[in-house]
Design a protein around this ligand. Sequence first.
Ligand code: FES
Length: 124
Amino acid sequence: MYQNALPPTLTELPDRKWTRACAVAELPEDEGLKLATVPVTSVFAAEGEVFCIDDTCTHETFSLADGWVEGCAVECSLHMAKFDLRTGKALSPPAYRPVATHPVSCVDGVVFVALPADYLVKEA
Ligand code: FES
């Protein structure tokens, strides 16, 4: 699923590496798609855009990919904290700390995410 063959159109970003995440067609409609990275990240389709955030809710250890997408936010399905998918900001308690966000680019129907250089990408 994740390969090193990246299109040359992706702009180099300092301290980040572009990683193939999935096909645009694989993105679920109302929840996220968890990526095999450490720490775990997830991608979301919302309001015509694709977003990538760290997957773990900052309230407790729970996957945000299993939450619900509402507008440009994801609601954690454990205690209902909401996070802005564009900024990572916690929008409602019980979470107060933001989640990290990561740049996304869609090229020829494929989603690429620019992860920090110290994130690990598991090979398929
Ligand atoms: S674990 Fe997400 S709101 Fe509590």
